[in-house]
Design a protein around this ligand. Structure first.
Ligand SMILES: Nc1ncnc2c1ncn2[C@@H]1O[C@H](COP(=O)(O)OP(=O)(O)OP(=O)(O)O)[C@@H](O)[C@H]1O
Length: 637
C-alpha cells in the first residue's frame, strides 16, 4: 500500500502536471464514458453479489426459529406465506436449496463483476496509453530535452497501473462496502431495530479510525516514496553508467552508496510497517467489540428477556442473524484504507497523465499544408535566429541558399550552432525569427510527413533500434526489398562488414546498437538514408566515427549519392568537405565566412585556421584563434 502524494515531473511536464485539476473526473469523462456500460454491469453485479450473501444468515435465522426451536413460523422476506411449505422437513430442505442457490448466484455475479470491471479498466487504460503515446510522438524536441526517459516511462507504466488498480478494485470495493453496510443495516433493522442500533454504532468508529490512520501514516509513506525514488536513481545511474563505473574504478563507492540508499529504504519500510500492522488489528478489535456487545446484550435478551432499556422479543434465530452479520462487517470495512489509498494514488497518477496531455504541441502541421512530393531541393535560410532557452540566442540571422543539387558545408568550432541549423530544416525545432524554405515554401507550411520524407538525415549520435541490421536499414522504408536494402548497404560501404557478422543482415544490433562499433553504426545509418532516397540530404558528422580508409570509401559513395541532390554537410574533418560548392564557417551562431575552399583559404580567417589545425600547422596559428578556441571549448564543457 502506498499513498499518492503528488510527485510531479521536471521541466514543462512538471509545471503542467501541477496545474491539473480534477484529473479522475476528466479521465472518466474522456475515456470512461464510452465504456460506461461495462462499468454499469460490473457495479450492478457487485451489488447483486453482496446482496445475495445476505440471504444465507437470514435463512439460517428463520430456519432455526421455525424448524429447530419452533419459536416462530417459517417466513421468508418478500415471499407470500401461502407459497411456503408447512412441513418442517420440507422447510428445512427449502432453506438448504435457497442457501445453495444464493451461494451459486454470489459466485456467478462475482465472476461477472470481475470480468466487467476488468474489461472496463483495461479498455480505459488501453485508450489512455495509446493517446499518451501518440501525444508524445507529436511533442517537439524541446520537451524531450528537459525530461528524463524514466519519467515518461513512469507515466506510461506506473501511472497507468495505478489507474488500473483504482478502476478495477477501488470502484467495485466502494460499491461493495456500501452494498454490505446498507444491506446489513437493512437486514438488522428489519430483524430487531433496537439491537441493530447497538451493533451498528461501531461503523462511525471504524470510519473515524481509518481516517486517523491515513493521516498518521501519510508522512511516512511520503518518506518511503522518496527513498524508493532514490533507490531507482541509484540503480539507473549505476547500470547506465556501468562503463564509467568500471573504468573510473568506482564500483566500491557505488556499492557503498547502494548500501546506504537501500538501508534508508529498509528503515522507511519498517517505519511504515509498524503502523500499517496496527490498522487491521485495530479494525478487528473494534468489530470484535461490536460483536461482543451484541453477543452480551443479545444473549441476555434470548435467555431472560429484554435487558434494561430494551423491549420486545429476540428469538434464537434472530440472535444468530446478528452474530453472523456483524462478522461480515469487518472484512469490507478493513478495505476502507486501501480504497482511500488507491484513490489518492490514482489521483496523483491522473494528474501526471493529464499533465502530459496538457503539454502543448508546438510543432504544428499547418492547417493548409503544402505537399512536397518530388522536391527540387532548393534550401534557403533567410535571417534565421533561434534560441533553445529564452535569452540565449544560439543562431543569429543565418542566411544562405543551396540550389538544387548543390552541396553546402557547415564548419566551425564546437558549439557554434551547426547541428542546430540542420535541426531547423527538419522542424525538430522551429526558428524564432526568419524563415527556412524548401523550394520556396516555408517549412512550417509544408506537410510534416512530406518534409521528413524529403530530407534524409544522418545525425551526430547514430540512433539504432534493438532489431536486426536489415530492420534498422529498412526503418522508415518498410516495404523495401532485401535487394534494395543490400544495395543501400553497399552504397554506404557497409555490406562487407554486415556479411561478416554472425548472422549477416539478420544479426541483432543490441540496444542502441551496442553490439556494433561506432563506425559500423554510422554506416548503417547512412545506408538507411540512402535507402530513403530523399531529395535533400543532411549529414551531421556522418563519417566522424570511421577510420580514414573507410571514410575515403564512404566519401566516394556519398559523392555518388549526393551528386544530384541538395546536400548539407556538417563536418569537423575539413578534408571531407573541401569540394563543397559553398562552405559556411559558423562562429557563435553567426556565419562569419562563406565561399569555396580556395576562397576561404585565401581569406585567411577562421576556416583557414581550422584547416591549418588539421594540416598539423599549429605553429602558424594566430594567438587570437587559440584563445578563442580555448574559450569556446570551455563554454561547451
Ligand atoms: N537541446 C538543447 N537545449 C539547449 N541548448 C542546446 C541544445 N542543443 C544544443 N544546445 C546548445 O546550443 C549550442 C549550439 O549547439 P550545436 O549542437 O548546434 O553546436 P555544433 O556547432 O553542432 O557543435 P558540435 O560541433 O560540437 O556538434 C551549444 O552551445 C549547445 O550547448
Amino acid at each position: 500500500m502506498s499513498s499518492g502524494e503528488f510527485d510531479s515531473g521536471t521541466g514543462e511536464l512538471g509545471a503542467r502536471q501541477q496545474e491539473v485539476t480534477r484529473p479522475l473526473l476528466r479521465l472518466f469523462l474522456n475515456y470512461g464514458r464510452p465504456e460506461a456500460s461495462w462499468l454499469g454491469v460490473g457495479l450492478l453485479a457487485s451489488v447483486g453479489a453482496h446482496t445475495a450473501t445476505l440471504v444465507t444468515p437470514l435463512i439460517l435465522g428463520t430456519t432455526i426459529d421455525a424448524v429447530f426451536t419452533g419459536q416462530s413460523p417459517y417466513r421468508l422476506p418478500l415471499v407470500p406465506t401461502a407459497w411456503l411449505p408447512v412441513e418442517q422437513s420440507a422447510q428445512f430442505w427449502l432453506s438448504v436449496t435457497l442457501i445453495g442457490a444464493s451461494l451459486g448466484v454470489t459466485a456467478s455475479l462475482t465472476w461477472v463483476r470481475g470480468v466487467a470491471m476488468n474489461v472496463f479498466a483495461y479498455k480505459v487504460l488501453h485508450e489512455i496509453r495509446i493517446d499518451a503515446y501518440e501525444r508524445l510522438q507529436r511533442l517537439d524536441m524541446s520537451f524531450f530535452d528537459d525530461i528524463q526517459t524514466g519519467e515518461i516511462m513512469s507515466v506510461l507504466n506506473n501511472d497507468t497501473s495505478n489507474l488500473e488498480r483504482f478502476l478495477d478494485n477501488a470502484l467495485s470495493q466502494t460499491v461493495r462496502i456500501l452494498a454490505i453496510v446498507v444491506g446489513i443495516s437493512v437486514v438488522l433493522f428489519h430483524t430487531n431495530a433496537q439491537l441493530a442500533v447497538v451493533t451498528l454504532v461501531v461503523v462511525p468508529f471504524l470510519v473515524g479510525f481509518t481516517w486517523w490512520f491515513m493521516r498518521v501514516v501519510e508522512p511516512r509513506y511520503a518518506t518511503l516514496r522518496s527513498k524508493i525514488g532514490k533507490l531507482n536513481t541509484q540503480i539507473e545511474n549505476g547500470i547506465s553508467g556501468i562503463e564509467l563505473v568500471k573504468t573510473a574504478n568506482t564500483a566500491t563507492r557505488e556499492n557503498r552508496q547502494m548500501e546506504g540508499v537501500s538501508h534508508g529504504l529498509f528503515e522507511a519500510r519498517v517505519d511504515v510497517s509498524k503502523l500499517a500492522f496496527l490498522y487491521r488489528p485495530g479494525m478487528k478489535l473494534l468489530t470484535g467489540a461490536a460483536l461482543l456487545t451484541t453477543f452480551i446484550i443479545g444473549g441476555i435478551w434470548v435467555f431472560s428477556g429484554p435487558p434494561p432499556g430494551f423491549s420486545g422479543e429476540l428469538s434464537v434465530g434472530e440472535f444468530v442473524v446478528f452474530i453472523l452479520l456483524v462478522q461480515q462487517l469487518t472484512a469490507p470495512l478493513a478495505q476502507l484504507s486501501n480504497i482511500v489509498d488507491w484513490y489518492e494514488n490514482a489521483r496523483a497518477s491522473g494528474k501526471r497523465i493529464c499533465g502530459l496531455f496538457d503539454v502543448p504541441v508546438r510543432i504544428h502541421e499547418s492547417t493548409d499544408p503544402v505537399s512536397l512530393k518530388a522536391a527540387d531541393g532548393r534550401v534557403e535560410y533567410e535571417d534565421v535566429s533561434f534560441a533553445y532557452e529564452a535569452d540565449e540566442r544560439i543562431l543569429d540571422s543565418i542566411s544562405f541558399t543551396a540550389e538544387p543539387g548543390e552541396t553546402i558545408a557547415l564548419v566551425g568550432p564546437t558549439g557554434a550552432g551547426k547541428s542546430t541549423v540542420a535541426k531547423l530544416l527538419l522542424r525538430l525545432y522551429d526558428a524564432d525569427e526568419g524563415s527556412v524554405r524548401i523550394d520556396g515554401h516555408d517549412v512550417q507550411n509544408v506537410r510534416l510527413g512530406d518534409l521528413r520524407e524529403s530530407v534524409g538525415y544522418v545525425s551526430q549520435g547514430t540512433v539504432l533500434f534493438d532489431g536486426t541490421v536489415a530492420e534498422n536499414i529498412r526503418y522508415g522504408q518498410f516495404d523495401a526489398s532485401d535487394e534494395a536494402v543490400r544495395e543501400a548497404a553497399r552504397a554506404a560501404e557497409a555490406h562487407t562488414f554486415i556479411e561478416a557478422l554472425s548472422s549477416g543482415y539478420d544479426t541483432r544490433v543490441g540496444e542502441q546498437g551496442v553490439k556494433l562499433s561506432g563506425g559500423q553504426r554510422q554506416r548503417i545509418a547512412l545506408a538507411r538514408v540512402i535507402l530513403q532516397d530523399a531529395d535533400i540530404i543532411l549529414l551531421d558528422e556522418a563519417t566522424a566515427s570511421v577510420d580514414t580508409k573507410t571514410e575515403a570509401l564512404i566519401q566516394r559513395s556519398l559523392d555518388r549519392v549526393t551528386t544530384d541532390r541538395t546536400t548539407v554537410v556538417i563536418a569537423h574533418r575539413l578534408s571531407t568537405i573541401k569540394d563543397a560548392d559553398t562552405i559556411l564557417a559558423l562562429d557563435n551562431g553567426r556565419i562569419v565566412e562563406r565561399g569555396s575552399h580556395e576562397e576561404l583559404l585565401a581569406e585567411d580567417g577562421l576556416y583557414a585556421n581550422l584547416w591549418r589545425v588539421q594540416a598539423g600547422e599549429t605553429d602558424s596559428l594566430p594567438n587570437e584563434f587559440l584563445e578563442q578556441a580555448s574559450k569556446s571549448s570551455l563554454s561547451n564543457t
